[in-house]
Design a protein around this ligand. Structure first.
Ligand code: BES
Ligand code: MN
Ligand code: ZN
Length: 477
């Protein structure tokens, strides 16, 4: 999709708020369709009038007083969808300044919405949807903002490439996406952008002492991989942010086997690691002047004679011992070593982890908010701000000391389950035991990274959440 800051395009888009009688262009046609109640101006509503001598798409923006960037993204997403259905390949758009909304951010939201409409995952379908891709978007923008808008849109394109990369990795079934192919995908996507990607296999993981991570991977025939991706955007600084992603390329639950239904989408249990890869892709491609290290402990949670069992007590790279209360609470065990590595080997100054960690988080927040736990309010505020401007809401959960009682073990230092109550909290607080006091935010993306039906501009399946947040976090800190 090309964004051209000039006049042109086959079909003119007319923007209209709900219940208004005015549109930017004075237009008889608008009065007519309003009068006939063919168009109300609801958010994302599109009315088409396509004729040889003049073609228009009317796009509703909803209530003028409530307009925000998320609404703009959604409206332009539906404009993109509709245009493709109608075989329109170019649009003409004139974007005014809306009230107090930042003009460049408005255009970034417009571009994002249109780009969002382009995503499909059809590689396994014989009958591909025959949409005409929207190719050229001609934009008339405020003259004094042209340069700023140009670079804002370029940035948006780069972010969306990372989002789409993440979606593709997560949507890929586990038969093809296993630790080695995930590692290869990281190498292929990131090395051309100057990111240093190192992949460690079974032997090296053993040498590093990651016994907790290895315990989870034991039931699988697939070799675990430890992936470290270094982007050095600011060589003058020592500061490094670690992004640690849960990388379960499949989670059967292990001996605490999931139900058939619970297992059906568990190829998406590596969404955290895919977000790290997609986020780093966008960060490196945009050339952000920050140092970021991505860390992924990738494996499968399976069953075999060699698999770990409930009641096992395993050690970890940190030396802390873990009683396995449930083999299905495997993510926190793999992350224990990945986080310890981030804090003590990479000596990261800040850590953000991303994990499809708990069903409890989905129960609490559904697929709208990502759950968060932190040991550092300043970093939490930065993440919250980045999430807000990205339209990827995050809700912080409490972490009172009292919750720690729930995952104490009688025979070991910690237990990997905390019982039925406060499951998202105890899982997050378990992770905190392995960050060695480094400022840290944990994001539980179990509900937000993969959804059962399309919502707004998010497609069914992998959403790419929270890649936009990671980009804006790194850009902002
Ligand atoms: N990968 C799952 C969490 C999950 C559930 C992600 C639903 C996406 C959708 C995780 O490994 C898991 O199984 N967690 C258990 C923990 C429990 C056994 C303490 C859960 O949430 O049931
Ligand atoms: Mn599990
Ligand atoms: Zn899992």
């Amino acid at each position: 999709m090309n964004f051209l800051l000039e006049k042109g395009g086959d079909v003119e888009v007319v923007l209209a708020f709900k219940d208004t009688d005015n549109v930017n262009e004075s237009n008889d046609l608008f009065s007519f369709i309003k009068e006939k109640k063919l168009f109300k101006g609801n958010e994302g509503e599109v009315y088409s009038h396509l004729f040889k001598d003049g073609s228009y798409l009317f796009l509703g923006l909803g209530d003028e007083r409530k307009l925000n960037f998320q609404g703009i993204r959604k409206a332009f997403y539906s404009l993109g969808e509709k245009s493709q259905k109608l075989n329109i390949s170019s649009l003409s758009l004139n974007i005014p300044k809306f009230g107090e909304l930042c003009y460049t951010s408005t255009l970034k939201a417009v571009a994002e919405g249109l780009l969002q409409s382009q995503y499909t995952f059809e590689k396994y379908k014989s009958d591909k949807s025959e949409k005409t891709p929207l190719e050229d978007i001609f934009l008339e923008v405020l003259e004094e903002k042209v340069e700023e808008v140009q670079s804002g849109i370029a940035e948006t394109k780069t972010i969306m490439e990372g989002v789409f990369l993440t979606r593709d990795l997560v949507n890929e079934p586990a038969i093809n996406m296993y630790p080695e192919t995930l590692a290869k995908a990281a190498v292929d996507a990131l090395t051309p952008l100057g990111v240093d990607v190192k992949v460690y296999g079974q032997k090296e993981i053993e040498d590093m002492g990651m016994v907790a991570f290895l315990a989870v991977s034991k039931g699988s025939e697939k070799e675990p991989q430890f992936i470290v991706m270094k982007y050095n955007g600011d060589p003058s600084s020592q500061d490094t942010l670690a992004l640690v992603g849960k990388g379960l390329t499949y989670d059967s639950g292990g001996y605490c086997l999931k139900t058939a239904e619970g297992m059906a989408t568990m190829h998406s249990d590596m969404a955290g690691s895919a977000s790290v890869i997609g986020g780093l892709y966008s960060i490196a491609k945009a050339g952000l002047k920050k140092n970021v290290v991505g860390i992924v402990a990738a494996c499968e949670n399976m069953i075999s004679g060699g698999a770990y069992k409930t009641g096992d007590i395993i050690s970890s790279m940190s030396g802390k011992t873990i009683e396995v209360g449930n083999t299905d609470a495997e993510g926190r065990i793999t992350l224990a070593d990945a986080l310890w590595y981030a804090a003590t080997v990479e000596k990261a100054h800040k850590i953000v982890d991303l994990a499809t960690l708990t069903g409890a988080c989905v129960v609490a927040l559904g697929s709208v908010n990502t759950g968060a736990i932190t040991n550092n309010q300043a970093l939490m505020d930065e993440v919250r701000e980045a999430a807000k401007i990205s339209g990827e809401p995050v809700w912080e959960l409490p972490h009172d000391e009292e919750y720690k009682e729930l995952f104490k073990s009688h025979f070991a230092d910690l237990k990997n389950t905390g019982g039925r109550w406060a499951g998202a909290i105890t899982a997050g607080m378990f992770l905190q035991e392995f960050v060695n006091d480094t400022p840290w935010v944990h994001l539980d993306i179990a509900g937000t990274s993969y959804i059962s039906g399309a919502r707004g501009y998010l497609p069914k399946g992998a959403t790419g959440v929270p890649v936009k947040t990671l980009f804006n976090l790194v850009k902002g800190i």
